[in-house]
Ligand binder design. Structure first.
Ligand SMILES: Cc1cc2nc3c(=O)[nH]c(=O)nc-3n(C[C@H](O)[C@H](O)[C@H](O)COP(=O)(O)O)c2cc1C
Length: 313
């Protein structure tokens, strides 16, 4: 398949495996890249030295293009960028911050820059900052999210109306049918997060993967909007947050309740009670742990099959 996104990254299929804290290390990223998609290392949960190790291992595991996701809230971001440049990573996805800050710097080093947004307003800003493509992420997505609660179904055509650079849809995409739908709405490619958590290659804790597979529709909710909105599975920690809201908790009290390293505790160390468990609404449609390459294959097979069927009708 050839389009703007496959051309931009030099890949076979317009499928991007999302950069995800505590999930997307070199094993997952290289498996997706080897299968013809674009794998991303999730630098948000890596110390600079760890990112360096993952880049080196990823290069050994694949000769295909791969990238790094850098959430701009990262405290030591300069160190991450130095490592990315030093190891000649060719693609960077920035998120959670101002796209102006790093785009020029990276592009001057020959790096393709994509920025993740959750609204039309931020998509326009990203285009103005000169990024090479935009990921528009809907409200149903796993992980941190926008405040506007715009769903993928509305966000993609709305962003498409206002930008001219390539557009990647994210949020709620775990099947070839959903991929086709996103592309019908105007996307040139898709970024898939939650589906790739349920893979043997994801570095997430096995218990977390099991919870993802067992999750049903309605088992996640966006919360902690006052700090950084995040979609979580409804476990004990989530219920503690709800209770704090019911008692009129202040922002400071919510911050204290969240504390430090909650995400690591849940998704990486497997504490299903006290940890923060980030996953998308689409977890309700994920029923098994499947190797990443098979997921890429299934997405493309279902995409083509559904497209042909729609044309027959
Ligand atoms: C466990 C998890 C961790 C995530 N971590 C990050 C991250 O570090 N940086 C980022 O930009 N997005 C992060 N996201 C969001 C994804 O990049 C992606 O946009 C989203 O998962 C797409 O929606 P989906 O989960 O419905 O596929 C995360 C998502 C999940 C499920």
């Amino acid at each position: 398949m050839h389009n703007k996104i496959t051309q931009l990254f030099g890949i076979e299929y317009p499928i991007i495996q999302a950069g995800m804290v505590w999930a997307s290390g070199w094993r997952l990223a290289s498996a997706v890249s080897n299968a013809g998609g674009l794998g991303l290392l999730g630098a948000g949960s890596m110390y600079p030295k760890i990112l360096e190790e993952h880049i080196i291992k990823c290069k050994k595991a694949t000769d295909k293009p791969f990238g790094v996701n850098v959430p701009m809230l990262y405290p030591d971001i300069e160190k991450l960028m130095d490592i990315i440049v030093k190891h000649e990573v060719k693609i960077v996805f920035t998120s959670a911050g101002n796209p102006k800050t790093w785009t020029k710097f990276l592009q001057e080093k020959g790096i393709t820059v994509v920025h993740v947004v959750s609204s039309v307003k931020f998509a326009i800003k990203a285009q103005e900052a000169g990024v090479d493509a935009v990921v528009a992420e809907g409200f149903e997505a796993g992980g941190h999210n926008g405040r506007d609660e715009t769903t993928t179904l509305v966000l993609i055509p709305s962003v498409k109306e206002k930008i001219t650079i390539p557009l990647i849809a994210a949020g709620g995409i775990a099947t070839g049918r959903a991929m086709l739908a996103a592309m019908v709405l105007g996307a040139d490619g898709v970024q898939v997060g939650s589906r790739f958590v349920a893979t043997p290659e994801a570095s997430s804790h096995e218990l977390f993967k099991k919870w993802v597979v067992d999750a049903k529709e309605g088992d996640t909710q966006l919360t902690l909007k006052e700090l950084a909105p995040v979609r979580l599975l409804k476990n004990k920690f989530f219920r503690d947050v709800q209770e704090a809201y019911a008692h009129g908790a202040t922002k400071e009290e919510l911050k204290q309740l969240l504390g430090r390293a909650r995400a690591k505790k849940g998704m990486f160390e497997g504490d299903m009670e006290e940890g923060e468990l980030e996953i998308g609404q689409v977890s309700g449609l994920i029923h098994d742990i499947t190797p990443a390459a098979e997921i890429v294959e299934e997405l493309m097979a279902e995409f083509h099959k559904t497209k042909a069927k729609m044309c027959d009708n």
